[in-house]
Design a protein around this ligand. Structure first.
Ligand code: SDX
Length: 423
């Protein structure tokens, strides 16, 4: 193992260097404060690694994304979401028997306790489904208190992946005043979700195979993305040994932010606003460049990808194919493509390496599937859940120390209290 030298106030400190399996180099500063009294400071963690992980590899310059070594392009094209969930969780593609048993467990555990349905009645009809999902996922811990003492957490991993669809669709059905639809054991994972989302008691509903295929690919593309904001949140909460449900609930809340998973909802609202404003997308590109304007081109830019987000490339192609197969002509897709074209030729975006990210096209597909805009980030949560769980399991299996960053204090220096009468 090589080392790095740090010179501080005339003193030299040797710091060990870690090299990952793909050649990434990290300077281990774990003992820097003990040696030098100094810490490093990196707001936003642009150059700081929180851990070593074997789950997902991203090369932001080359637009590479691999889950456990498998390229995202191959998984999105040839695998399905349940198989990819197993891969992320357990590190290898499942055998036929493992996959059969996993699918059966996800089917068997898809119902929620009947008493949980009462929780939904307390939410206002216009409650954002991300608020409901975060609350309901944490509430699951009250039905499985023994989960604190589980060794492998496998049972609760199955419960969460199985039930997240039921909770999400119940939130949607409640918001439109329709009865909740129970999961159907004869339907595979994604078809079951579509059935709970769109079926009504008064008529038969058969999930469209085009939508089932598209949903599998969408969830695969969202399944993990190394130490993004929400996954880091799940690891942070998990490091205190909080239970798996509370940790995932925290991840859902972090994903909700418009700079993160909430961007897919913000992209559709932006495209709709541009259309309502007459469709002059060039005007909005100019506004996005104006620092004083405060408008951002949602779905553009990424902390890691500095050329292209491979997921956006796949989703752009999928949008064309799926909308054509469904016979949907969505003017917002044309606005999105025009925005992309103008931005990719504009020095402001090119110089800052701002390209469409995963959120730029995903909403077009969700909309074509009939999923309402305020459910888009819920869809992101369903996709990201196996990734969150894989990282939580990796952290707990490694017996990780609690996450407790340091800081540089910049407030008032020591001073004495004075009674209010003397101020
Ligand atoms: C996701 O981390 C992940 O992996 C996340 C994710 C995942 O799978 O988990 O990939 C999912 O969250 C994708 C990102 C979705 N968010 C958006 O689309 C929101 C719009 N994008 C941005 O807000 C921004 O690009 C971020 C949040 C994605 C990245 O923020 P950074 O890395 O902190 O970059 P920055 O805000 O410092 O921007 C750098 C420069 C700034 O200009 P200068 O100060 O250098 O002049 O680029 C500008 C920014 O003003 N900029 C944009 C812009 N994004 C960055 N200007 C206009 N429109 C934008 N969208």
């Amino acid at each position: 193992m090589s080392s790095a030298s740090l010179s501080l106030d005339g003193n030299n400190f040797e710091l060990p260097v870690i090299t990952g399996s793909e050649g990434e180099v990290g300077v281990d500063i774990g003992k820097l404060r003990a040696q030098s009294g100094a810490i490093t400071v990196d707001p936003g963690f642009t150059s700081t690694g929180a851990c070593e992980s074997a789950i997902t590899f991203i090369d932001g310059e080359k637009g590479i994304l691999r889950y456990r070594g498998y390229p995202i392009e191959q998984l999105a094209e040839e695998s399905d979401f349940v198989e990819v969930a197993w891969l992320l969780l357990y590190g290898e593609l499942p055998t036929a028997e493992q996959l059969k048993v996993f699918r059966a467990k996800l089917t068997y555990h898809s119902m929620i306790h009947e008493d949980m349905k009462k929780f939904f009645e307390g939410f206002p009809n216009n409650a954002h489904p991300m608020a409901i999902l975060s609350a309901m996922v944490c509430s699951l811990s009250t039905y499985y208190p023994e989960s604190e003492y589980e060794e492998t957490h496998d049972d609760n991993i199955v419960r969460l992946i199985a039930k997240v669809r039921t909770l999400a669709t119940y939130a949607y059905k409640k918001s439109i005043g329709q009865p909740m639809i129970y999961p159907q054991n004869g339907l595979p994972y994604c078809a079951n979700f579509l059935h709970m989302m769109f079926a009504v008691p008064t008529e038969e509903y058969t999930p469209n195979p085009v939508l089932v295929k598209a949903l599998n690919a969408l969830l695969i593309l969202h399944a993990d993305h190394e130490q993004n904001c929400s996954t880091s949140t799940v690891r942070m909460v998990g490091s205190s040994r909080a239970n798996i449900f509370a940790s995932i609930s925290a991840g859902i809340s972090a994903l909700w932010g418009p700079l993160h998973g909430g961007a897919n909802q913000a992209v559709l609202e932006m495209l709709q606003m541009i259309q309502d404003d007459g469709g002059d997308y060039k005007k909005w590109v100019q506004k996005a460049k104006d620092k004083d304007d405060g408008f951002r081109l949602m779905g553009f830019g990424h902390r890691v990808y500095k050329n292209f987000d491979p997921r956006a490339t796949i989703l752009r192609k999928m949008s064309d194919e799926v909308l054509a197969e469904l016979g949907v002509n969505d003017p917002l897709l044309e606005i999105a493509k025009n925005l992309e074209q103008v931005a990719l030729e504009d020095e402001y975006f090119v110089s800052r390496k701002l390209y469409p990210n995963v959120d730029f096209y995903s909403g077009i597909l969700y909309r074509a599937m009939g999923i309402p805009t305020n459910m888009f980030t819920v869809m992101f949560s369903i996709g990201r859940l196996p990734g969150w769980l894989a990282h939580w399991k990796e952290l707990r299996d490694s017996d990780s120390r609690i996450y407790r960053p340091r800081q540089i204090y910049t407030g008032a220096q020591a001073r004495d209290y004075t009674p209010v009468g003397a101020r």
